[in-house]
Design a protein around this ligand. Sequence first.
Ligand code: ADP
Ligand code: MG
Length: 378
Amino acid sequence: MKERISKLFQERFGNTGSFYASPGRINLIGEHTDYNGGFVFPGAIDKCIMAEININGTDRVRVYSADMDSYVEFGLEEKDAPQEQWARYIFGVCREIIKRGGVVKGFDTVFAGEVPLGAGLSSSAALESCFAFALNDLFNENKIEKFELALIGQSTEHNYCGVNCGIMDQFASVFGKESCLMRLDCRSLEYAYYPFHAADHGYKLVLLNSKVKHELVDSPYNKRRESCERVAKQLGVETLRDADMAMLDAARDSISDEDYKRARYVIGEKQRVLDVCEALEKNDFATVGERMYQTHEGLSKDYEVSCEELDFLNDVARECGVTGSRIMGGGFGGCTINLVRDDKYDAFIATAKQKFNDKYGHEPEVIPVVISEGAHKL
Ligand code: ADP
Ligand code: MG
């Protein structure tokens, strides 16, 4: 990718610049917990957005997207927002740095990526984090704190891309470390690194992208949030983070069956993240995998955000002796994330491809991932 970018940069701008990269991310466990003040457990992956950037001495930004084969120029005032969606991510990052009192001046850039778009690996956060990190280095002597870089990416999504996302994706892209997952507390924003030496212990992580997305009539996401908020109110706590199963069961009669199931999932998921952290400190991958299956079960039966195709992939994983498997992301489609022993890997991939194809008429996309470092200069 670096050579491809370098060649395109030379052809277009006739000189060279500095290289920066920032990765996509997975979330091993901790789903639908962010808006409940709970924990998420992401890690950066070995698939990045990479950019070559050179300060051009003007007040214009000149950007070539190698993957889109598209060139855009824009100024740095609010009124200069480009039309192209992909360019708005970069414009947004520039504007959010400037709004916070940072410096951004004109630059030339060519960028490309290997994070699959819209597969749930957060290519958009990788793009924002790559430019936030680079512009901090090029114009701000790296004075902007790392957490602020993540917030700059998040505000870009909110203010320039119409996506009302949380902080996990940008956080993971900026803070990622090789062979480490990160437990982020979505209430306090405290975080801690946990070792994830999967390869050393004979395990691989692989995503299977079902490539289906079920659009539902009334926004299920908002309905899940409302259920959680209702139960929290009923229990007299701010978010379900502060509730436990004993409290939920004590209030059982005043909560609808549906809300009860939703809350049961969220409260269980909080504990499952903590269990996984503890298990990883002992390299106990069997427990990690067990919790992943339990999360899938909870998302499917209690939270009801799975779909036929994802349940099918989860069943195939079980049949193939995969250590852990679950839906990754909001649900209703997208990927499963699978923790697989090396000796089961090839058979699992072959079986999943064939069985899924037989049933749904297309193969799932296979995306192996390795936990790798976050935003960096090359
Ligand atoms: P994801 O779940 O992957 O973040 P999004 O829809 O949030 O999906 O973001 C995808 C968008 O990010 C793309 O439509 C594009 O605008 C931008 N993007 C991501 N990767 C690239 C890339 N390699 N080149 C250009 N734009 C990209
Ligand atoms: Mg995104």
